[in-house]
Design a protein around this ligand. Structure first.
Ligand SMILES: O=C(O)CCC(=O)C(=O)O
Length: 333
């Protein structure tokens, strides 16, 4: 595992501030992560959950690498059942979510896309870190002000409630993660279409840790068709992992460059499934490489928050409307 710089390395301690590793949001007040780019402060995990997260994983993983270019580690589960419900409910209530809409040109036709799930992202690429006043600082030049590259979508530190899990995941996998994307599938009607997480800024053969909490949903994987050809996928076989609450799949090696994955919609009596949260940890290597993720998973529209009374996402802040733009994670609703 490569070494990480901690905030401690840069600043002397102050009794008001609690120091933590990585790009976790600075703790101005005990029990909450705060940052100027958050719509509101995000609570830390309850102490008992935070303590138990530190002792994960619950099980050792099994390898799934019996198909060409496929390289998975499947923790079934990573988070034990007794923690899953509380963690699911906590994250659904605490995190700000977005229902991003954007316009793209598809086959020469301007198309309006409504992302068919709730999303939120946190993190910063490897070239920089958050100073304890929340500003982004370049690791090499110590440049703080005037780096306009982060202005369009100001990156947000990973809040402590997710950073606890990030640290556990790094320890369990030997990988380094600086970025976190959370999807909330409110019902079987929410989905993500076939894609691969093979963006250039994730480097070659990225490792991506993907957690499931809540309803069981099928995770489908299929080999990409041969380059330039119209032929069938290499083996023609779709792999189906019915991911349960607490499971974690580490996708690594040649997986992203050769395989597509999706969570298809569920219909009929299985549609109202109580919801599912997916948390992925990734490592962005290139300056500003995360802008695409902020664009498609936070966007410029308002933030929403889970309302325990009405049991739905409600508007928690009004910003300006969504902006459209071309990009990789565009999909069909
Ligand atoms: O929800 C999942 O398990 C998959 C999420 C995913 O593919 C992604 O965020 O890129």
């Amino acid at each position: 595992m490569s070494s990480k710089r901690t905030l401690d390395a840069f600043f002397t301690s102050s009794p008001k501030r609690k120091r933590t590793e990585g790009n976790v949001a600075d703790q101005e007040h005990a029990g909450k992560s705060e940052h100027q780019a958050y719509p509101y402060p995000i609570s830390d995990l309850p102490a008992s959950l935070s303590k138990d997260v530190a002792s994960l994983p619950a099980r050792q993983p099994r390898e799934i690498n019996d198909q060409p270019d496929l390289d998975l580690l499947y923790f079934e589960p990573y988070i034990p059942q007794y923690m899953c419900k509380e963690l699911f409910q906590f994250l659904r209530s605490e995190l700000p979510f977005y229902r991003v809409e954007y316009d793209i040109k598809r086959g020469g036709i301007q198309t309006h896309i409504k992302t068919p799930r709730w999303t939120t992202v946190f993190g910063l690429d490897d070239t920089s870190y958050f100073s304890h006043d929340g500003t982004i600082t370049d690791k090499l030049s110590s440049m703080r002000a005037n780096d306009k590259r982060y202005d369009r979508y100001p990156p947000r530190p990973i809040p402590k409630c997710l950073d606890d899990l990030r640290q556990s995941t790094e320890a369990a996998t030997g990988c380094v993660f600086n970025f976190c994307l959370v999807n909330y599938y409110a019902s079987g009607a929410d989905s993500i279409s076939f894609h691969s997480d093979d963006e250039r800024f994730l480097g070659t053969d990225p490792a991506i840790a993907s957690f499931s909490l809540g309803a069981r949903r099928d995770f489908l994987m299929k080999h990409k068709p041969p380059l330039g050809g119209q032929g069938q996928a290499k083996e023609g076989k779709t792999l189906k992992l019915p991911l349960g609450s607490g499971d974690m799949v580490l996708m690594k090696g040649r997986t992203q460059s050769n395989w597509l994955h999706s969570i298809p919609k569920r219909t009929g009596k299985n549609q109202d499934d109580g919801g599912r949260i997916n948390i992925t940890f990734r490592r962005a290597m290139v300056k500003d490489g995360t802008e695409n993720y902020y664009n498609y998973n936070v966007g410029t529209g308002p933030a929403y928050r889970w309302d325990k009374q009405t049991r739905e996402m409600v508007l928690c802040k009004t910003n300006t409307g969504s902006k459209g733009s071309d990009g990789k994670q565009a999909e069909t609703a």
